[in-house]
Design a protein around this ligand. Structure first.
Ligand SMILES: [Zn+2]
Ligand SMILES: [Zn+2]
Length: 98
């Protein structure tokens, strides 16, 4: 799958990242103050984490959903490092497979 195009978007007074989701939302995730990954799970089922440990946080999140939900989709996942507020920042995403 193609890498989504991430762009900066403020969230709760912090610098975050969003992408063109395809629904009417602007799903934005921003790292916590200590740099730990923050996340957003869009209404359309796409989820992304931004910050330190983004990939492992995404893995834990999806494993938990798979264990606790009856109908959980398969996801296409990706990982990138994107400059955010001047610092390379880990971004991990999972989009439901069509
Ligand atoms: Zn939406
Ligand atoms: Zn969406």
């Amino acid at each position: 799958m193609e890498t989504p195009v991430f762009r900066p978007e403020p969230k709760d007074g912090r610098e975050g990242l969003t992408y063109v989701c395809g629904c009417s939302c602007t799903p934005t995730a921003a790292p916590a103050e200590d740099g730990a990954a923050g996340m957003e799970h869009c209404c359309c089922g796409k989820v992304h984490f931004v910050g330190r440990g983004a990939e492992s946080a995404l893995s834990a999140y999806l494993a938990d959903r798979k264990a606790t939900r009856k109908r959980e989709p398969e996801y296409d996942r990706g990982l990138a490092t994107i400059a955010l507020a001047g610092a390379p920042t880990e971004v991990a995403w999972a989009f439901p497979r069509e």
